[in-house]
Write a protein that binds this ligand. Structure first.
Ligand code: BMA
Length: 831
């Protein structure tokens, strides 16, 4: 294979981790082993080239052994792939420069998952955790001439099942996912993306492969493995300091000197230090010169995202031995849980740089079943779409993967706050020593890798496992409950929480989501009701109740999950289906639905307010049905989100002060019905367009209570506004308003929700021509003295299905398809 040798001397910068670059003056050599490997199955009947980073499924598809795994029912047809064992093999020769180095490491940034690694026929070790980086010291095993590197991977399904069988003392539920998910069993026994065995929005593709890079690292004296920096603010001294952590791998004991500097802040400090043989972690703190005003990182919508350059230089006997540069962003984050006047329980909100911030956003799931197919463009497009919809936060959900560095770099740059789960979801987990050990290593590595990112504002131990225990999802007999609670506390509190807090004191840690937070801790970490709206965060789903009725939503402190399903558009489904699939009752349509009764629920919810499609042309009926599910979803999530946003300043019946609305879910893993607002491939559903409005910084929201119409002005701005509501009443037959009403000007303080308009609907309509609830609807906006503030919103006075006077608009639309300018041979320009 082709070796990419990079010499890190005076001549080049060598990227080794995320935002960091190293300038090593003692010639650290990096030899990439990425590229084309050979892949074979267990009996050797299949032998094919395979790209690294990559996975078996991608390789089989790229070499034409299988067609698109996302096509029709292929998830089931290709189940055999993950039931087999596979071996990746590569050969390489060494350069003379590399062979003379004192230490050579073979590094795997990610092995998926259960692997045995051998070099030149000699076993190096085993891997058990997709989320860990593995390295092996191989200097003595390397040969001049050809070296053979082999990674044998076990079927994750069979491995998980073996582990389950070996666990005889008690059951660790759930044994299998619900049948409707067409998934595999016992995923909780393997440290791998939990949704890869199937989920309620995703297929079962239990991947195997070398999903991240492989390389040789060779050096003399020492090398920097990882650098992280965490700014901390000291209130008493009004001073920033930056805690810098270096993970250094040294060949022998050496004395040295270290200089940390942030030139733009006139801050520099030098430390005498010594490096011990092997990998050691050392911490240094640089105090920031108080004479400087530090520019702060702010979430999207609240300010800029400035950064500073931190330079770290290592010297030995006055010779520079390494130099590295990284970005430092300054911000503080606090999770405030304190008594609330007029409400039992505790508040639950984030303060960034001392300012309470309402979190607006969604939940992030894996972007693709095959992570090697996630390109930078796909990540950028999704994250930019989040910002374009006025979001400031995303929760990286605990059933997927810790995202790649680029994800967090973009979030830093765009001001997206990340709620980072650890990868445990909807299950109990084993607590045998081996399992705990590998989880501890995973947590250490991930926290070290990610803690420099200001975008991450909280670590959270798991998804819904406290709720699963508290509300007994798995029918655990009462007599056995204490054991499960003990195991839960052991994994998330005694291990994960402890490790996180040893590694990072700069941001809060929450054990689960949903949770009652401090109250859950009081109750022994598993609260009686983790969905209590007086505490912590809440996940809330209700598909049957009328989503237009805000009374059905819990007035929580923080809504971290809620949502409704819809279908993706036909243009997204068409490439993975054929004509016979294109009806709502087809096998394909029910196969892609992984949520019990999901297709039925969408129709029932839509039918509460809309006429269901009834075109005689079957294709038209199908595409209209897909469309109506999107209208239903957009309107449902709008109503619920607006309810949360208008609840930020109020306490009603002891509940309120809502400070977060993260709907479920932002993105899709494949072309199927789900709760997402963006389809697989990046196309926005109607919901995402709605989100752009309902997450706007200044927003008017209408709702009715006892036949009285209320309009609230919501502002996330820092400054106070003086606003009035302007209500336009439209007849459903006309394009001009029948009448317009203005409220008086009211003060809307920064970061608040204030009622600005109140009138019984009957009074409002009585003064407005012949309008009735059935013949008219309202639009409304906020204005200050000079212009409109925020988007125009709408409020229906009846269900559209009952509306009178609606006419076919006979609107046609056409769009221009812009072709890039093409230069012809003659040099002229064609459209
Ligand atoms: C929550 C999530 C996911 C799931 C979603 C929709 O429970 O945490 O597990 O996909 O609801 O059911």
């Amino acid at each position: 294979m082709l070796l990419h040798v990079r010499l890190c001397g005076w001549a080049c910068w060598c990227l080794f981790s995320g935002v960091f670059s190293v300038f090593s003056l003692q010639q650290r050599l990096t030899v990439s082993l990425n590229g084309k490997w050979r892949l074979s199955n267990s009996n050797g009947s299949l032998l094919l080239p395979a790209q690294v980073p990559g996975c078996v499924h991608s390789a089989l598809q790229q070499q034409g052994y299988i067609t698109d795994p996302y096509f029709r029912f292929n998830d089931v047809s290709y189940r055999w792939i993950a039931l087999n064992n596979w071996t990746y093999t590569t050969t390489f020769t060494l350069s003379a420069e590399l062979s003379v180095k004192q230490k050579v490491l073979l590094v795997f940034d990610g092995v998926d998952t259960v692997g045995s690694i051998s070099l030149n026929g000699i076993a190096l070790g085993k891997t058990y955790n997709m989320f860990c980086r593995y390295d092996f010291s191989v200097k003595d095993l390397l040969k001049d001439g050809e070296n053979v590197l082999q990674v044998g991977l076990l079927s994750p399904i069979l491995y998980a099942s073996e582990q389950r069988k070996a666990h005889t003392s008690y059951v660790v539920p759930p044994e299998c996912p619900p049948g409707v998910q067409k998934g595999e069993c016992h995923v909780n026994f393997i440290r791998k993306e939990q949704s890869s065995f199937g989920w309620d929005w995703g297929p079962s593709f239990p991947t195997m492969g070398l999903w991240k890079g492989v390389r040789l690292e060779a050096f003399d004296i020492l090398q920097l493995v990882q650098v992280s920096s965490v700014p901390l603010y000291n209130d008493a001294f009004s001073q920033w300091r930056v805690q810098v952590e270096l993970l250094i791998d040294a060949v022998q004991t050496a004395r040295g000197q270290l200089t940390l500097s942030i030139p733009e802040l006139d801050s520099e400090q030098t430390f005498q230090t010594h490096f011990n043989p092997g990998k050691t972690k050392s911490n240094f703190t640089i105090l920031i010169n108080t004479a400087n005003q530090v520019k702060l990182w702010w979430p999207n919508g609240h300010g800029e995202q400035p950064f500073y350059r931190l330079t770290i230089r290592g010297f030995q006997d006055e010779f520079l031995i390494f130099s590295t540069e990284s970005k430092v962003y300054f911000r503080t984050v606090e999770l405030i849980q304190e008594p609330v006047v007029g409400s039992p329980g505790l508040s639950f909100y984030f303060r960034i740089n001392g300012k309470p911030i309402f979190l607006k956003g969604s939940n992030w799931i894996p972007v693709h079943s095959f992570q090697d197919q996630v390109t930078p463009d796909v990540l950028k497009n999704l994250l930019q779409s989040a910002v374009d919809a006025n979001m400031n936060a995303l929760r990286v959900w605990g059933g997927g993967v810790y995202e790649q560095d680029l994800f967090y770099e973009i979030c830093d740059e765009l001001g997206i706050m990340v709620w980072q789960d650890f990868m445990f979801a909807c299950a109990m987990y084993p607590t045998e020593t081996d399992f705990i050990q590998t989880v501890r290593e995973e947590v250490v590595q991930q926290v070290q890798r990610l803690k420099s990112h200001p975008s991450i504002i909280i670590w959270s131990g798991n998804n819904e496992n406290e709720a699963a225990l508290a509300t007994d999802w798995f029918d655990i007999p009462a007599s056995q409950r204490p054991k499960y609670i003990r195991d839960y506390v052991m994994l998330y509190v005694d291990n994960i929480k402890k490790v996180v807090q040893e590694e990072d004191q700069s941001r809060p840690f929450l054990v689960s989501s949903p949770t009652n937070g401090a109250e859950s801790e009081q109750e022994g970490w598993v609260a009686e009701n983790p969905y209590d709206p007086h505490y912590g965060d809440v996940h809330f789903y209700s598909y049957i109740l009328d989503c237009w009725d805000w009374r059905t939503f819990p007035r929580t402190r923080f809504a971290s999950e809620y949502g409704f399903q819809s279908w993706p558009s036909f243009s997204t489904l068409q490439p993975v289906s054929i004509k016979e699939d294109w009806s709502y009752g087809s096998n394909f349509t029910s196969h892609r639905q992984h949520h019990e009764d999901g297709n039925q629920q969408m129709i029932l919810q839509a039918a509460l307010h809309f006429h269901l499609p009834n075109a005689t042309d079957p294709l038209k009926r199908f595409t209209d049905t897909l469309y109506i599910t999107q209208v239903m979803q957009a309107q449902c999530v709008k109503t619920q989100t607006e309810f949360y946003r208008r609840s930020r300043s109020e306490i009603i019946e002891g509940k309120g002060h809502t400070m977060g609305a993260l709907y479920w879910q932002l993105n899709d893993i494949w072309q199927a019905p789900s709760w997402s607002s963006i389809e697989f491939g990046g196309k926005w559903k109607m919901l995402h367009y709605f989100a752009q409005s309902f997450f706007a910084a200044v927003l008017p929201v209408a709702f009715e209570e006892d036949d009285t119409l209320f309009i609230y002005a919501i502002s996330d701005l820092s400054r106070d506004l003086k606003l009035r509501a302007v209500v336009n009443v439209f007849s459903l037959t006309e394009l001009d308003p029948v009448c317009t009403l203005n409220s008086s000007m009211l003060l809307v303080p920064g970061g608040s929700a204030v009622a600005v308009f109140k009138q019984p609907v009957a009074t409002l309509l009585a003064g407005c021509g012949n309008c009735t609830r059935l013949t008219c609807l309202l639009t409304f906006q906020l204005e200050d003295n000079s212009s409109q503030q925020g988007p125009t919103n709408h409020h229906f006075l009846c269900s559209p299905k009952d509306a009178q006077g609606l006419r076919r608009p006979n609107i046609t639309s056409s769009y221009l398809h812009y072709l890039p300018l093409v230069h012809t041979m003659q040099g002229s320009v064609l459209p």
